[in-house]
Design a protein around this ligand. Structure first.
Ligand code: PRP
Ligand code: URA
Length: 217
């Protein structure tokens, strides 16, 4: 379910599509403006969403085209919910909604205490039927893994059983934490970076994603 472990023991799906890698490089550049950063994040989220949904099951239905009746495929699995982790996860929401416009959206507000690096919850509003949905949790950064793990725990406490985590840039530490705390949850990322610095920032990373999206640097 959550994929096979790589050479470093990390269970993660790395989406290495050239368009995603190119756009991620632009996002990493410190001179990239907030507007461009936001636009690129939305574009990448849509491209990643294409891969994240690749294994969604299909079923055949009978339809009629203007020319002939035929059998054709539609998505058969559970309904989808999107759950951005505030604030930075909001930057990935519209790209995903462009792909899955009927998805319901839940919000989880977490910020990382700058001293302890532990997540602090300040908001949670979810669709009522999370147990019947495949929930895709989106957050650009998986650093220590504290925020993602707490969000996944919270969703399970609300009945969610079918979860996917989608992050733009991940640190090995964060992947390990989520693999350990939530072995049932597949992680999709565009990059596994080298390490965390003493402030818990991903190196090389792209800085503070929320600040870069919203211009609050
Ligand atoms: C960032 C990011 C993740 C979290 C990752 O959010 O968007 O939610 O840090 O770090 P972790 O893996 O060590 O928990 P932040 O706390 O900066 O809040 P913001 O999105 O409101 O800026
Ligand atoms: N949160 C961010 O926004 N960036 C990091 O590198 C780590 C946590």
């Amino acid at each position: 379910m959550a994929g096979k472990a790589d050479k470093k023991g990390l269970k993660v799906h790395v989406i290495d599509h050239p368009l995603i890698q190119h756009k991620l490089t632009l996002m990493r550049m410190k001179e990239t403006s907030s507007k461009d950063f936001r636009d690129l994040l939305e574009e990448i989220a849509m491209l990643m969403g294409y891969e994240v949904t690749r294994d969604f099951p299909l079923r055949e239905i009978d339809i009629e085209t203007p020319v002939a009746p035929c059998k054709s495929k539609i998505i058969a699995g559970k309904k989808v919910g999107l759950v951005p982790i505030l604030r930075a996860g909001l930057g990935m929401l519209d790209g995903m909604l462009a792909l899955i416009p009927a998805a319901r959206v839940g919000h989880i507000g977490l910020y990382r205490d700058p001293e302890t690096l532990k997540p602090v919850e300040y908001y949670c509003k979810l669709p009522p039927d999370v147990s019947e949905r495949t929930l895709i949790v989106v957050d650009p950064m998986l650093a220590t893994g504290g925020s993602a793990s707490a969000a996944l725990t919270l969703l399970k406490e609300h009945g969610a059983r079918n979860l996917i985590l989608m992050c733009l840039v991940s640190a090995p530490d964060g992947i390990k934490v989520v693999n350990k705390d939530h072995p049932d949850v597949p992680i999709y990322t565009a990059a596994v970076d080298d390490h965390l610095n003493e402030h818990g920032y991903i190196v090389p990373g792209l800085g503070d994603a929320g600040d870069r999206i919203f211009g609050t640097l």
